[in-house]
Design a binder for this molecule. Structure first.
Ligand code: HEM
Length: 401
């Protein structure tokens, strides 16, 4: 076995350009051991075919995976992340039958038809944000970030005055921040959500959180920790990724003027362009961690039982065996089977909402401004320090009416 010190590390350099290392590793094989930024050894999957196959393989489990990771980290580094337990009982952290039960409670709220009813409100929020922008702006804090936060917080029933605090905690939790910071953020969010669910129990409103509280009371289906964890995963899943879809999509267009011109000339291309943005700079680099419950052969290697597996959706989406000329943004290419929303039983439950927000945001931005230019050299753009999320820290542009 390779010496741990010799393994490729998903370090700060990787986070700034994950495609380069992914390409190199894919050439060596579909899965190989790497070190996460905190030193944890995991198997990284970079091929499209293997990514799809492993995401539907029952020998890969999500059950209690965060507890396992925490334990492993403590062993490896003497570090301790007190990831609040009340946030861990969510659907990305369990296998069937628990997963099936939890997911069923929210699928109805996220069907394409139900989500379409949110269109007028999403249009309204987008128009408000666009009204406040002119000249030189950073598109992330001015546009890409507030839109999905406002949408998901309204849908769930988070009061507007709490939205900023909430996004601070969420940011810390998906980052590579020191363990104490992640622990503090998750504890604060768990405490906040416990209070909010109590409030919704005594004074229900017309929002998803109130509906979930009632689902738990009427059908005895959700325990209190499950309810808190469900709220947590919907809030985090509902915006961290959508911010990146908007930011990465706009950047892609600014770096490919011919694609931007084609989209301006034919706005009917927008739905396919959104799929291509999800493929080209995948907002969610890694699927959430899984572990093997028995040995699994991937290409020429056998991953032993009890090992952590990280499927890089971003790497699979740049696999030339599935997408010819994968490093080219082409908003007209067939994008079927891209991995931007994952694959298998954990396929993104909020995909209809993510798509709708992306379409409205990017479509209206292009309508409102006839010319948008980057005001920094692309080499100066920084990507967020997260192995999970692939999104820009800032996107400074100049807007021309
Ligand atoms: C462009 C926006 C979005 C992207 C790129 C995205 C991406 C993903 C991906 C890749 C997964 C699978 C993770 C895995 O298998 O480990 C996932 C799952 C999930 N997403 Fe999204 N997502 C987006 C928007 C949303 C929205 C708007 C919501 C909710 C309001 C949401 C809620 C969830 C939930 C709850 C899961 C877990 C599903 C399960 O375990 O069955 N996502 N998302």
């Amino acid at each position: 076995m390779q010496d741990v010190e010799e393994l490729p590390r998903l370090d700060a350099e990787y986070l700034q350009n994950p495609h380069e290392l992914a390409d190199r590793l894919r050439r060596e094989g579909p899965a190989c051991p790497v070190l996460m930024p905190d030193g944890m050894r995991v198997w990284l999957v970079t091929s499209h075919t293997e990514a799809r196959s492993l995401l539907t393989d029952p020998r890969l489990s999500s059950d209690g995976v965060y507890d396992r990771l925490e334990y492993q980290r403590q062993l490896a580094e003497g570090k301790k992340i007190e990831f609040s337990r009340s946030l861990a009982a969510h659907m990305l952290n369990v296998d069937p039958p628990d997963h099936t039960r939890l997911r069923k409670l929210v699928t109805k709220a996220f069907t394409t038809r139900t989500i379409a009813r949110l269109r007028p409100r999403i249009e309204e929020i987008t128009a408000q944000l666009l009204d406040d922008m002119s000249g030189s702006v950073d598109l992330i804090p001015a546009f890409a970030l507030p839109l999905p936060i406002m949408v998901i917080c309204e849908l769930m029933g988070i009061p507007p005055e709490d939205q900023e605090r909430f996004s601070g905690w969420s940011n810390a939790m998906v980052s590579t921040a020191p363990p104490e910071q992640i622990g503090a953020a998750s504890g604060a969010m768990a405490g906040y959500l416990a209070g909010l669910t109590e409030q919704k129990r005594s004074a229900p409103a017309d929002d998803l959180l109130s509906a979930l509280v009632h689902a738990s009371e009427d059908g005895d289906q959700l325990s209190v920790p499950e309810l808190i964890a469900m709220t947590f995963i919907l809030l985090i899943g509902g915006y961290e990724t959508t911010v990146n879809l908007i930011g990465n999509g706009v950047l892609g267009l600014l770096q490919h003027p011919s694609q931007l011109a084609a989209l301006r000339a034919d706005p009917g291309l927008l739905p396919n362009a959104i799929e291509e943005f999800l493929r080209y700079e995948t907002p969610n680099n890694m699927a959430s961690p899984r572990y093997t419950t028995s040995p699994v052969r991937v290409g020429d290697v056998e991953i032993p039982a009890g090992e952590f597996v990280m499927v890089s959706l971003l790497a699979g989406n740049r696999d030339a065996t599935r997408f010819p000329e994968p490093d080219k943004l082409d908003i007209t290419r067939p994008t079927g089977a891209h991995l931007g929303f994952g694959h298998g039983i954990h396929y993104c439950v909020g995909a209809p909402l993510g798509r709708l927000e992306g379409e409205i945001a990017i479509g209206r931005l292009l309508e409102r401004f006839s010319h948008i230019e980057l005001t920094v050299d692309p080499s100066e753009l920084r990507w967020r320090k997260s192995t999970q999320m692939h999104g820009l820290e800032a996107l400074p542009v100049r807007l021309h009416p």
